[in-house]
Design a binder for this molecule. Structure first.
Ligand SMILES: [Zn+2]
Ligand SMILES: [Zn+2]
Length: 269
């Protein structure tokens, strides 16, 4: 069985894990190694099985602990070449494996594929992890807008971790200065609840069993608002799986990565 963990998500740190057949791949390490270990232990995730750390981009809330954790675990770091260059000295002790549109990487029972995203970083990526049991987990956050490449990557997944960063109205009425509001809402910033709902409705298919809304803004969103916007859109699209909302301070998981019950039934007929 494949399990998904979101050890935390938000502007103060992001870290997810996919576990399958005793092996684990970490996606982002935006907390200190000690904090990642504490959160992993709280969910029962054994970091001894980690075979690689995959980074979406170099921002601190995604890469803060990557170098030290890779060294401690003795595992390679998978990033786009531009991300690796930007992180420079901080990853000097780690082995690099290049990831990108033309570079898929196999790590144990996982095959990791990626595509570029629209975000104000060196070479940011959205990721899909295919497991030996055929399930596929996608992680896409820090998206200014959903590009065609991201839509393509997110098709036919079993589980999606997707950014639902802000509510449009809460952002407009927030205490953020206009320049910050424009950066967040801009095409290289972050995805709103409404945009996340539209994207999920587009990429929905009967096999989608798990959706985790992630990277919620503390100032401009709430779990209730994100659910209230995304839930009905998913429902209208025919989603029969489980909808979760990741938190900044509390780890989530293990979540069983399985197709929605209706899809399993249809496949069996
Ligand atoms: Zn971020
Ligand atoms: Zn970022």
């Amino acid at each position: 069985m494949t399990a998904l963990y979101v050890l935390g998500s938000g502007s103060r740190g992001n870290c997810c894990a996919v576990e399958s057949e005793g092996a684990t791949v970490l996606i982002d390490a935006g907390f200190s190694p000690k904090e990642i270990e504490r959160r992993a232990e709280a969910t029962g995730l054994a970091l001894g099985g980690v075979g690689a750390i995959v980074l979406t981009h170099e921002h601190g809330d995604h890469a803060r602990g990557a170098g030290r954790l890779a060294r401690r675990l003795g595992v390679p770091v998978l990033t786009a070449p531009g991300t690796w260059t930007r992180l420079g000295l901080r990853l000097r002790h780690a082995e690099h494996r290049a990831l990108g549109l033309c570079a898929r990487v196999e790590i144990g029972p996982f095959r990791v594929t990626a595509c570029p995203t629209s975000h104000d970083a060196a070479e940011p990526l959205a990721l899909a992890v295919e497991c030996a049991d055929g399930t596929r987990v996608g992680v896409a956050y820090d998206l200014g807008r959903p590009t065609t490449a991201v839509r393509y990557l997110l098709r036919e997944l079993t589980a999606i971790v997707l950014e639902a960063n802000h509510d449009d109205v809460l952002l407009r009425t927030s205490s953020y200065p206009p320049v910050v509001q424009r950066r967040i809402a801009g095409s290289t910033g972050h995805l709103s609840n409404r945009a996340a709902a539209q994207l999920l409705a587009e990429v929905h298919h009967p096999g989608l069993g798990v959706v985790v809304l992630a990277h919620l803004s503390r100032q401009c969103n709430t779990a209730e608002d994100a659910r209230a916007t995304v839930g009905p859109a998913l429902h209208r699209a025919g989603f029969a799986g489980a909808l979760h909302v990741a938190e900044q301070d509390e780890p989530l998981g293990p979540i069983a990565v399985v197709a929605a019950a209706g899809a399993q039934l249809r496949l069996a007929l």
